[in-house]
Design a binder for this molecule. Structure first.
Ligand code: P6P
Length: 334
């Protein structure tokens, strides 16, 4: 069987048979894949079901929830709850930790997720995605204390996302490289289409919301100025810029062809520590990027080394091609 015929289940079972994956994790990942298939259908049928609009509520982030944010959240909760080893769920859309077990024990899982990232793109038919991160606890934790889920990204055993774009793709790592699976209409299978995704160490492509230039700190401005100076500047080469307002889409592009993604702390978001969330955006994407040979930094430290202080904590994010991230870090250390 050629790789591109391999289904997500066959891929997981191959690792399971070699002892690389617990059977409970295989079942949990299959349930997450099912949730992503259902969310994909909801996104594609949103115009007909009139669910592309706002839900009339706001989430803990203070953002107006889209109806599909709520629908996607419910799908993740329902499908992750199938696994008896899932002790807690931490959702971008929900203030409190959702404890599923009274007495979580060693070996149980905590799932952190952003059920529909970039949902402001829904109304204009641009890519959105779901992001998830899985930690396996090494000892019993207290389910009456939400701080029990504050576990550093370096402890993740699995990270992934599903991108709802021209096609739906599921990209995951369990700590042994990154692989992606495209959803096949008809069979409904996720089939292996991105084998051993690897980020080139160098790049000429950067992703940043340049409208925030006036708010940036000096290191980010210096990096950006160097990029736009092009071949006449100190880099001696021209750069290209992309910004999709969907972290999943920007990181997927970087995993496929390289690049660097930046959402730095600036004068506009300093009070909250940045824009993007550590537990269910920066950490899972950081694991994927590192597993693909890239780097993930705040500008001054490795993202996955951060000891969380809140499960909705925000952090500065710089991730992608390893040499480019090092170049940007150097501006911070100049
Ligand atoms: P801006 C989407 O809301 C998100 O969390 C990320 O997916 C995306 O990279 C960023 O925010 C977009 O931010 O400043 O373009 O609205």
């Amino acid at each position: 069987m050629s790789d591109t015929q391999m289904t997500f289940r066959q891929f997981l079972l191959k690792d399971y048979r070699t002892g690389g994956l617990d059977k409970d994790l295989v079942f949990l990942l299959e349930d997450i894949a099912t949730a992503c298939r259902i969310i994909s259908n909801h996104v594609r049928d949103g115009a007909f079901k009139e669910t592309l609009g706002v839900a009339g509520s706001t989430n803990i982030q203070g953002e107006d929830q889209k109806q599909l944010d709520v629908i996607a959240n419910d799908e993740f909760v329902e499908h992750c709850s199938n696994c008896s080893r899932v002790a807690a769920l931490v959702s971008e859309e929900v203030d409190e930790v959702d404890w599923l077990k009274d007495k979580p024990v060693a070996g149980d899982y905590i799932v952190y997720f952003d059920p529909l990232d970039g949902s402001s793109n829904l109304g204009v038919n641009l890519s959105v995605g779901s992001i998830f991160s899985i930690v396996q606890i090494k000892e019993a934790i207290d389910a009456t204390d939400d701080s029990s889920v504050l576990i550093a990204g370096s402890e993740q055993i699995c990270a992934g996302y599903s991108i709802y774009g021209p096609s739906t793709a599921l990209v995951i790592t369990t700590g042994h490289g990154v692989n992606g699976f495209t959803h096949q209409q008809g069979t409904g299978e996720f089939r292996l289409t991105y084998r051993d995704m690897t980020i080139p160490a160098t790049t000429k492509e950067f992703a940043i919301n340049a409208s925030r230039y006036r708010l940036w700190d000096a290191p980010i401005r210096a990096y950006f100025d160097e990029c736009i100076a092009g071949v006449e500047g100190s880099r001696g080469e021209n750069s290209n810029m992309r910004w999709t307002a969907s972290m999943v889409a920007d990181i997927h592009r970087i995993l496929v062809r390289g690049g660097v993604f930046l959402y730095p702390e600036d004068e506009g978001n300093r009070a909250t520590g940045g824009k993007l969330r550590l537990m269910y955006e920066a950490n899972p994407m950081g694991m994927l990027v590192e597993q693909a040979g890239g780097a993930a930094s705040t500008g001054t430290q490795r993202i996955m080394d951060i000891q969380p202080t809140s499960h909705h904590q925000r952090v500065p994010v710089i991730m992608g091609s390893k040499d480019e991230v090092a170049r940007i870090d150097a501006f911070h250390n100049a």
